[in-house]
Design a protein around this ligand. Structure first.
Ligand SMILES: Cc1cc2nc3c(=O)[nH]c(=O)nc-3n(C[C@H](O)[C@H](O)[C@H](O)COP(=O)(O)OP(=O)(O)OC[C@H]3O[C@@H](n4cnc5c(N)ncnc54)[C@H](O)[C@@H]3O)c2cc1C
Length: 390
């Protein structure tokens, strides 16, 4: 007779939710999904939400994702420690597990650069996005038409996407608030010798040209040294700005460092896993947390989740690495696509990205909610909302 499973998952993000959904198909399985937030974040749309689109494209309540499965119990708690010998996860109380799946994602790191944690804006959570938007709205509502400088640090996918969208957003705000002039400059600062350093040189060049055509001032080989209230010190020179947006470094969830005696980690703090994604008996580590070649992408977290669910159901094939395709929108109706040697750019890639988002939402959401989140992408939100509804 097939054995039912009792699985405790930590993390209500891509990896955690997908694992829960995959296991919940069998009503005999019991799944506990513990997360510190009551909502899921669709990270690929955060740059778009930050630049004036409906918050529902990025933030979805967890109950909408798993509520239709009575065998998934959602618990709102922050897990701070694990005892692998007693099989306990500890938060505001202790949870005994038969099998634990850890998918806690990443956190922002400023690499110790002075001032960034105080003055820079981020776009990694709803709170950060609201803080940035409030700042931009306040700036516009003062009615003055002085010049504004915006600086984005990090020309990885998020920085590039944001740089492509920010100019248009700021111009829309200016119109909304009835400001006639107000010149806007956007600088994109990168420490590596080129934008999108993890993609091919050809794609990087295309991105550079596209950003330039949108008026973004790209500066590579630049080292950010310090931030003050009204300047960013780059390569020893101050850049006057009141708006610095940090899209660079991420580090593994601090939970692992805090529990390092229970895990073996690589030099970047990612957890070493065996061929079935286990860090020890009964504990699986997936998504951003695991030491796999493409960790750090939502598609990898989904791939890992499907793999672990299959393994728990009895599949004995080892984990296989999967190269995820990369689609990066830059400005309106333009994107770049790269998947190994396959590359194309422009509106066809933008259309592909739009389809990819429908699939991305539907990977973790029932079709009704997936379409709701996808449609929210075309809704503008140019004034400060009273409340953010999900
Ligand atoms: C701005 C941005 C844009 C991105 N864009 C893309 C993109 O376009 N395409 C792409 O493929 N990838 C993208 N990524 C990366 C992608 O979002 C991550 O790789 C993916 O979310 C990882 O999934 P995960 O399940 O490992 O973690 P997450 O999805 O981050 O989920 C982790 C969950 O664990 C919860 N949690 C954390 N600590 C605890 C704790 N101690 N106790 C309980 N719960 C906890 C968190 O609140 C969260 O709900 C982007 C990332 C960022 C930051």
């Amino acid at each position: 007779m097939k054995k039912s499973l009792d699985v405790t998952i930590v993390g209500g993000g891509f990896g955690g939710v997908k694992t829960a959904l995959e296991l919940a198909h069998d009503p005999a399985n019991r799944i506990t999904l513990i997360s510190d937030k009551d909502h899921f974040q669709y990270y690929p749309a955060l740059f778009s939400t930050a630049t004036g689109h409906d918050h529902r494209e990025s933030f979805v309540p967890l109950h909408a994702m798993v509520g239709h499965h009575p065998n998934i119990q959602v618990v709102n708690d922050t897990i701070t420690s694990i005892d692998t010998s007693a099989q306990l996860l500890n938060g505001s109380k202790s949870y005994h597990y038969d099998t634990a799946v850890l998918a806690l994602g990443s956190v922002t790191t400023y690499f110790g650069i002075e001032g960034l944690d105080t003055f820079a804006y981020g776009i990694k959570s709803q709170k950060e996005i609201l803080r940035l938007q409030e700042h931009l709205w306040k700036e516009m509502s003062d009615g003055s038409d002085d010049e504004k400088h915006y600086v984005i640090i990090g020309a990885g996918p998020t920085g590039v996407e944001l740089a492509g969208a920010l100019g248009h957003y700021v111009r829309s705000l200016r119109k909304e608030f009835g400001i006639k002039k107000k010149r806007v400059t956007i600088n994109l600062i990168e420490a590596a010798p080129r934008v999108l350093p993890r993609l091919s040189e050809a794609t990087s060049k295309k991105a550079f040209r596209r950003l330039r055509s949108l008026g973004v001032h790209v500066e590579v080989n630049k080292k950010v040294e310090r931030q003050t209230a009204d300047a960013l010190i780059v390569n020893g020179r101050p850049l006057t700005t009141q708006t610095v947006i940090w899209t660079s470094g991420v580090a593994n969830a601090p939970f692992f460092k805090a529990n390092e005696s229970q895990f073996e980690m690589n030099e970047r703090g990612k957890v070493k896993v065996d061929k079935f994604m286990r860090s020890s008996d009964h504990v699986y580590v997936i998504g951003d947390n695991a030491d796999t070649p493409y960790a750090g992408l939502a598609q990898t977290a989904l791939h890992d989740a499907i793999f672990v669910a299959k393994h728990l159901k009895g599949n004995t094939s080892p984990y296989k690495v999967k190269l995820p395709p990369c689609v990066i929108p830059i400005g309106e109706n333009w994107a770049l696509f790269e998947w190994g040697r396959l590359r194309f750019y422009g509106w066809p890639a933008a259309i592909l990205r739009s389809f990819a988002d429908v699939i991305g939402y539907h990977d973790v959401l029932p079709i009704g909610w997936a379409m709701k989140a996808w449609r929210a992408q075309s809704k503008k939100q140019l004034r400060m909302p009273e409340t953010i509804e999900s």
